[in-house]
Design a protein around this ligand. Structure first.
Ligand code: ARG
Length: 341
């Protein structure tokens, strides 16, 4: 997208501009310059980058969030009562787990690509005090990344939801600065809720359900967001909603994903058509930049901007149900063929 939208005219318009924090064009495009295989290739250095470098960001944002129209008000709906779906996978065959996360950044700081080590430490302290408010199901402990190697006994099972030093895209964006200072993960006791501190965004709040119960995952996430909002104010704009360092996460900052077992239909042309029509992203379950393997797929909502959180969930839910129907139709075809033999 950087190659497409950084035309000579846009370059000339933007090349000498700076935000009030001193963020320049190069801070926003370095990741794409150094990684020409990037899908997007841009990161915002601070909130103001989205306005100062709008000639580049606006078309990128429009392409990241299909259907988004510039200028509307970004809605927000994190009221768990507004999301009461039925069970999308009553047979329990297809949906292995659900994960919903939101990205957030605290007012008064730069975004992660240009933040200083001191800002990281301050953010970490503020999140730690906010996390102290988690109670009941959400109560747990915070562990700085720096402690993980030193005390492997603290590292629970392989399912543990931690993050690693950033990949080459994140490295070039400046996100590994001063690693692992100021980074860490809060986990509740049941390991169904996590807060990542200072990964790509200052805060990623993550809710996990090891079954298809997306409503339970959302209710837990809503409670967590409401709790931290008692003491933290998040960067938000009327049109772009919650601000994130990567334009793919603007708006709701919400990525909901199902791990789906699709042994017959997964990867087929029809599978790809459904994902395209339903605006679903397909990733390997081993992470964003890993190769596909096996028959479990990570399916998530592509759009996070231009619709509310509850609407994002309806989008992914409807898509997942279509994929389950497709898998069933593949199974039926297999049986019919078996009968004909
Ligand atoms: N910067 C990478 C690219 O442009 C990743 C973009 C989306 N993913 C993310 N984790 N922000 O391909």
């Amino acid at each position: 997208m950087l190659k497409t939208y950084l035309t000579l005219d846009v370059w000339n318009e933007l090349k000498d501009r700076k935000t009030r924090n001193g963020v320049g064009l190069y801070d926003c495009i370095r990741s794409g310059i150094e990684n020409t295989d990037s899908k997007i290739g841009v990161y915002a250095g601070d909130a103001e980058s989205y306005a100062v470098f709008a000639a580049l960001f606006a078309p990128v944002i429009a392409e990241c969030h299909p259907g988004y129209r510039e200028g509307g008000q970004q809605p927000s709906d994190m009221d768990a009562k507004h999301f009461r779906p039925g069970n999308p996978d009553p047979d329990g065959n297809s949906i292995v787990s659900v994960r919903i996360r939101v990205a957030r950044n605290i007012c008064g700081y730069r975004l992660r690509p240009t933040a200083t080590g001191n800002e990281d430490l301050e953010v970490e302290q503020r999140v730690k005090s906010a996390a102290a408010l988690f109670s009941g199901d959400l109560a747990g402990t915070y562990r700085p990344v720096g402690d993980w190697g030193a005390s492997p006994s603290h590292l629970p099972d392989a399912e543990d939801h931690i993050f690693e030093r950033g990949d080459r895209f994140q490295e070039a964006a400046g996100l590994n600065r001063n690693w692992p200072g100021g980074r860490g993960v809060f986990a509740n006791k049941a390991r169904s809720f996590f807060a990542w501190v200072n990964e790509e965004d200052q805060l990623r709040l993550i809710s996990i359900q090891r079954n298809a119960d997306i409503a339970a995952a959302f209710a837990r996430l809503c409670e967590a967001v409401e709790t931290v909002e008692r003491v933290l104010e998040f960067q938000r704009s009327d049109t772009y909603g919650y601000l994130s360092s990567c334009p793919t996460n603007l708006g709701t900052g919400l990525r909901a994903s199902f791990h789906m077992r699709l042994p017959l239909s997964g990867g087929s042309q029809e599978f790809q058509n459904v994902c395209m029509q339903q605006r679903l992203a397909v990733r390997s379950i081993f992470g964003e930049q890993s190769a596909m393997s096996g028959n479990i797929y990570d399916i998530s909502n592509k759009r996070r901007l231009g619709l509310s959180e509850v609407e994002c969930l309806h989008e992914i839910l409807e898509g997942a149900m279509k994929l389950i129907d497709l898998e069933k139709s593949f199974a039926a075809r297999t049986t019919t063929r078996a009968h004909l033999n």
